[in-house]
Design a protein around this ligand. Sequence first.
Ligand code: B12
Ligand code: SF4
Ligand code: SF4
Length: 326
Amino acid sequence: MTASEIKATAKELGFDACGIAPAAAHPELQFFREWIARGYDGEMAYLSRSADRRADVRHVLPSARSVIVTATNYNTDRGYSIECADSTRAHVARYAWGDDYHDVIGQRMATLLAWMRDRSPEAFDARVYVDTGPVQERVYAQHAGIGWIGKNTCVIHPAIGSWIFLAEIVCSLPLQVDAPSLDQCGTCTLCLEACPTGAIVAPGVLDSTRCISYLTIEKRGDIPESLHAAIGSHVYGCDICQEVCPWNAVAPRSDDPAWQPRSAWDRVDLLTLSRRSDDELADALRGSAMRRTKAQGLRRNVTIALRNSVARCEPFDGETPDQRRG
Ligand code: B12
Ligand code: SF4
Ligand code: SF4
């Protein structure tokens, strides 16, 4: 079983890109500890708890020799949030519009691994991850030649862009590896300038505690008031630093039914969303990546977005509707 056969099978299974990185302690992995020390992980305690294992993929699988990384395009045909002038419309991050990628991609990766086990003349150790374990997925993606880590911290595939999910099979097979991707951000700084909260504190360094994605998805309890206005109409996640990226200007679209927008989140207005009952919300969240916030977290975000949308409406001109009618 060769590396090219694995990549060809990955393509047949619907993955848009596949590359192989050596299972090594790549230099970029060192940055993680400093990031935690600066408090950029906020309340995501699971990250600091697993810092030792994240330093090298061989800490999760000691026999590991190779990391097979797949990328799946989830871009669909809806416009970008930065193109929408209507402040009453709720914005849900693109990755969360369809089915939960942990389930969908997890199944496809399991099929790829089953094919490998069937095909390999020798037994081997392997583990599958889809944002489900202590593996720095972006670093291994870069070293597998999938794409470079942009200044917005996302992995950018030169042909597909950054609307991609990453997943890995860490295995003990000594497969032929790919060359790492080279940085193609150049002198561009669009993402740093566009971030409404200044969360990208330096190229490739993100302070989660200021990031709308963290605030609306990961943060429990109240969101600091100083950040409410910048959240705008975002009710779940944020895509701005990817929407402004020139590498996503002509990103190809996926017609995979799994990623097509569910009607509950498709260009929905904030008022409609706020009026949904807990049962209706629970129904729409079933099988979606958005179930992470639960109905309660979503309501908190919708309340902030609604207040923002009212604040952005025309200021009251002093005349009541009755006075205007004369
Ligand atoms: C925690 C987390 C978050 C946090 C923190 C994000 C961040 N940028 O660190 C929050 C909640 C904010 C978040 C947001 C999003 N996330 Co997220 N997230 C993760 C998770 C679970 C861990 C990432 C992590 O460890 N961050 C800490 C930093 C330090 O590590 P890192 O991102 O791996 O960065 C490495 C390198 O960039 C390098 N490095 C970084 N900066 C520098 C600077 C220097 C000087 C050097 C030398 C090196 C260096 O070192 C790091 C490794 O140690 C991964 C899954 C995984 N297990 O990897 C998904 C993951 C990164 N997220 C993903 C997605 C889709 C998103 C969102 C787009 C969702 C949304 N629309 O709201 C946003 C994107 C926001 C953004 N600009 O990053 C995808 C990214 C796909 C891609 N194209 O890159 C991943 C890979 C999940 C997946 N399997 O698909 N996420
Ligand atoms: S996801 Fe939004 S808030 Fe977070 S860094 Fe990107 S633009 Fe800023
Ligand atoms: S917007 Fe520019 S700097 Fe930011 S990730 Fe894209 S190419 Fe790189």
